[in-house]
Every structure is written in structure tokens, then in C-alpha cells.
Ligand binder design. Structure first.
Ligand code: ZN
Length: 157
């Protein structure tokens, strides 16, 4: 039986504290037709409360980044991986002691989000408006890199 052994803060060599003893991962769902991305408005009580980000969380030691990201997505939004097509899983931010992995997916078909208490809202946001939101600092730190990757992907989607 697999156990959750990734929950906890790590004191990173970059000077910051990050969530996830084995790193963390999240899923960014992209609708290429607008283009837009499905953003999470985080609940007030969460770390970085009421900011915007994506569903995700700590990796367990037995999980790949993709497995962790999809597990968190299902826990937080009730969206199963069967509703998605993963188009990119190699956007990394690597701090040595800690890493964050953004998995990029497109909807394979229409779906509804039934979010749990960690979100107050899930909303499609136009790609070029994401940076205008009050972003979670962790997400904001990765956004330039992720946006660049999406721009490249959109040419082939
Ligand atoms: Zn760090």
C-alpha cells in the first residue's frame, strides 16, 4: 500500500522554503482554441491563500512527477486523467534540493470541475491575461518558462 510520504516543508539552498519533501508537481490544462488555461483560485486558508495557481502538490517518493500531478488534479478538481491528453511533461524548475514539475495537458473532451475546499474557483483564463492575476509566488516564479513552452506547443497543437 502506497503511503503519502512527501508532505512537508523543505529548507531549500535557494533560501526559500518549499512544499514537498520529494519536490512538487502540478497540472496546467490548456485549451489551444482560445488559447486559455484553467486556473485555480486558491482558497483563503491555503498557503498563499486567495492567489491563483494550478492544482498540484507534493510528490511521494514512489511517484513520478506526472503521477503526482494527476493524483493532485483528481483530488482537488475531480478531473480524471482519462479526460486529458498530456502534451508536455518536461517543464522543470530545479533547485537541486527541490524541484517543481509542470505537466501540460489539453482536454480530450469536455468536462466539469468539481473542486474541493482547496479551491474557491476554477476558471479559464486567456493565456495573455494570466500574468495580470494575483499569482501564487511559486507559480509566478515559473510562469515565464511555462508560457514560453505553451507558446511553442501551440504551434503544433
Ligand atoms: Zn529553492
Amino acid at each position: 500500500m502506497a503511503t503519502s510520504d512527501g508532505d512537508g516543508w523543505i529548507e531549500c539552498s535557494c533560501g526559500a522554503k518549499h512544499w514537498g519533501l520529494h519536490g512538487a508537481a502540478g497540472v496546467l490544462i490548456v485549451d489551444p482554441s482560445i488559447p486559455s488555461v484553467l486556473m485555480q483560485h486558491r482558497a483563503e486558508w491555503t498557503h498563499g491563500g486567495a492567489t491563483w495557481g494550478i492544482p498540484g502538490g507534493a510528490r511521494d517518493s514512489h511517484e513520478t512527477a506526472v503521477q503526482a500531478a494527476l493524483r493532485e488534479l483528481f483530488e482537488e478538481w475531480g478531473v480524471s486523467e482519462t479526460l486529458l491528453e498530456i502534451v508536455h511533461d518536461e517543464v522543470w524548475t530545479d533547485h537541486g534540493d527541490w524541484s517543481y514539475h509542470t505537466v501540460i495537458a489539453t482536454p480530450a473532451r469536455k468536462f466539469d470541475v468539481t473542486h474541493n475546499a482547496e479551491s474557491q474557483e476554477a476558471r479559464w483564463v486567456a493565456l495573455d491575461e494570466v500574468r495580470n492575476l494575483d499569482l501564487h509566488p511559486g507559480f509566478a516564479a515559473h510562469w515565464d518558462q511555462v508560457e514560453l513552452t505553451i507558446a511553442g506547443l501551440l504551434k503544433s497543437l
